[in-house]
Every structure is written in C-alpha cells, then in structure tokens.
Design a protein around this ligand. Sequence first.
Ligand SMILES: [Zn+2]
Length: 432
Amino acid sequence: MKTPWWVVAALAALAANAFAQLSDDEQRIVAAVKQRTPAALQLLEKSVRINSGTLNPEGVRAVGEIYRAELDALGFTTRWVDMPPGMKRAGHLVAVHGGTAGKHVLLLGHLDTVFEKASSVPLWEVRGDRVRGQGVSDMKGGDVILIEALRALKAVGALDSAHVEVMFTGDEERTGSPLETARAEMIAMGRRADYALSFEGSNRHNGVDTATIARRSSGGWVLHVKGKAAHSMGVFSAQSGYGAVYETARILNAFREQVIEPSLTFNPGLIAGGTDVSYAETTATASAFGKSNVIAREAEVLGDLRYLSPEQGERARQKMQAIVSSGNLPGTSATIAFRENYPPMPPTEAGRNLVEVYSRASQDAGLGRIDILDPALRGAGDVQFVAPYTVGIDGLGAAGTGAHTDDEDLEVASIERGAIRAALLIHRLTRP
Ligand SMILES: [Zn+2]
C-alpha cells in the first residue's frame, strides 16, 4: 500500500521542524559529516586492520600514526608521549588545537584493544550493515567519530577559534603501571579542560541511545587468613582453633551480610585454602596443598570492589577491614589489602546538564534524545581519571555489541550519527 500523502507531508514537516533548530552553520556541519561517511568507514577499516592489542606496542603506535596524520591535517599540534620502557606500553597520542574562544574541551579515545596478536578474531568482517572485528566499537569506531566530528567543524570554519585537546591513550584496556605515570599527561590535560568528552561505545538502553555521567571505580582486595596446622580431631578446641578455612568463611559471609549497599559490589573471584597456598599472578592460578584431617593453616581470597563515590569506597573498606580484624575465630588471624585502579566518577549536576546539551543537539539534528545510562551497566574507563578535575561524560562513541568478546561488532550507521552529535556538541560548547 502506498503511504498516504498526508503522512508523508506530516513527516516532512516534523523533519523540517527538527532541522529548524539547527543554525545555518550547524546545518553545514551536519552536511560535512554526511559527505564524509564513506571515507570515514574507510578510515575505520584502515585502523581496525592493524592489530593493536595493548601488549603490541608497534601496532598501537601504527594506529596512532594514522590518527595523528588526520589530526595534523586538521591543524592540530600533535606529539607522542612515550612511557618508560619498563612499563612495556606504547605511550599516547596527544593533539592540541590552541584556540582562545569559548570553553576548553578535552576529547578522549584509546588506540589499544583487548585483542592481542594471537587472537583468532578476524580483524574486519563486514556483515550487512554491521562490521565484526577487533576493536570496531571498543573503540576505534569512537576514535573515528571523534576525528570526523573535528573534520566537519574544520570544514565549515567552526574549529578556527576553538580550544580542543585530544588524547588517544595506548593502554586503556590494560593500563600500564605505575598508574601515576600512565595517566599523568591525561590528568594534566583534564585539569585545564572545562569539559571532557569520552568516545567509548554508546549503549542503547530501552531503545534510546545513552551517555554516561558516572562510572564506578575498579579495584580489588586480597584477603590473607592464617590458622594453626594441627590434627583435625582438635578443631574447635581452644588449643587448635578453627583453622583458616572456617575463618575465611566467616569473613566472606559477614561481607555479604553487612557491607552490601546500592551501587556497591564486591566479588570474591578466587579462593584457595589448606596447609599451604600460593598464587601466580601471571597465570591467575592458585594452588593449595592440604588434607582433610589437617586444620587449614592458610587461605587466600582475591576479590574486586566497585563503588560510585570516594565516600562509598571508604565506607566499604572500613567495614571490610573491621570484619577482618575483629571477631576472629579462635586460633586465627586475617589481613586484607585494597588497591584502586580506576577512581570512581560519581554523578554530578554538571554532568547531567552536559548530557542535556548533548541530547538537545541530537534532537535538533533529528537523531532522538539521549538518556543517562545506569552506571551499573558499564565498567570502568579512562574518563574517570579526569572526572575529578573537569565535567566529563562518556559514551559518545559507536554503537555495537559484544565488546571484549570474539563477537564484538559495530552498527555502521552509528559512525555518522555519532559524528553529527559530537560535532554539534563540540560546536555548541566551544563557540564564543
Ligand atoms: Zn574501551
């Protein structure tokens, strides 16, 4: 059946209305993005066809060189930030466009992927209107969106007076150690930015595209428990005590009963107990020796800990510490050590307002509203390092599914959509 004329007319009026929200400059920005769409996909393919697992520094640098040439051509001053050789990481690409008007914006991407050289996942495999491949959506798709947004601004002269800084890290998926060195440059850039926009994958939730204003910390803990090795017949006696395994069970159960609260999670992912216990970090393997008729002398548990604010993290650590160091079963003792990899990024009013601007830009371009993603639905990311110093949001990147898995893919149309939204947002933030 033919669509009735009045439906067509109504839709056309709606679309015209939506575009009426865009200024002449902005309409030219949208046109500039669209005109580049086939070339943008080629740029993506070129960078995805190079393996850039975090532990493949040559590959990470090669991808960096591709993006560097693009940013050079847009008038950015680019440089490579090397890491000390002992860190075994490729370093980062930094690009600065030093305009003086409007707000200063920092854009974040990463060059590395979780797919190391030995991965059997195809680099680039087109499947209709999607592409499967290594890092297509996490996050080379986002990197290309970032570059195409800037290119469109440049094309219409909207970049000329803007102050935009870009950082593509080379070790987002496995951050180099020490963290202070790995993220020093990024933090310095975050300190001088009014806004930080990160181009990690955009999640669709309930049929609506989303952005992220809060991300939970990532870090972990190691619990060591000691008991007395003795004949099992004496267990529960004052002399022999309860052993390390019972004490570990007490502690973990108390964590579960006393520490749980909304937005906080802690997961004991590995446990070993017996007479002797050891753990090999490189293979993530624990081994234990013990016998059923000997009271356990040692136990070790490895867990993670994720929280939304520094206060929540502190509260959780204090409760866990108190459980570990008091109320120990007879004949046992325990210690716990915590480490934080990514600091938490709590939700803020300023972050909410920034998503509002982003959502407005998207709607004005006829691309629908943007919702705020529940932080429980996403892991940790680089934007968290700059969040304490600026107003940051994430999720401006490409849409795809299966990030970090063999089936990671990309919705090709999300590149154009993302570039239009990002270009309009950057324009509205940086114009004088
Ligand atoms: Zn990522």
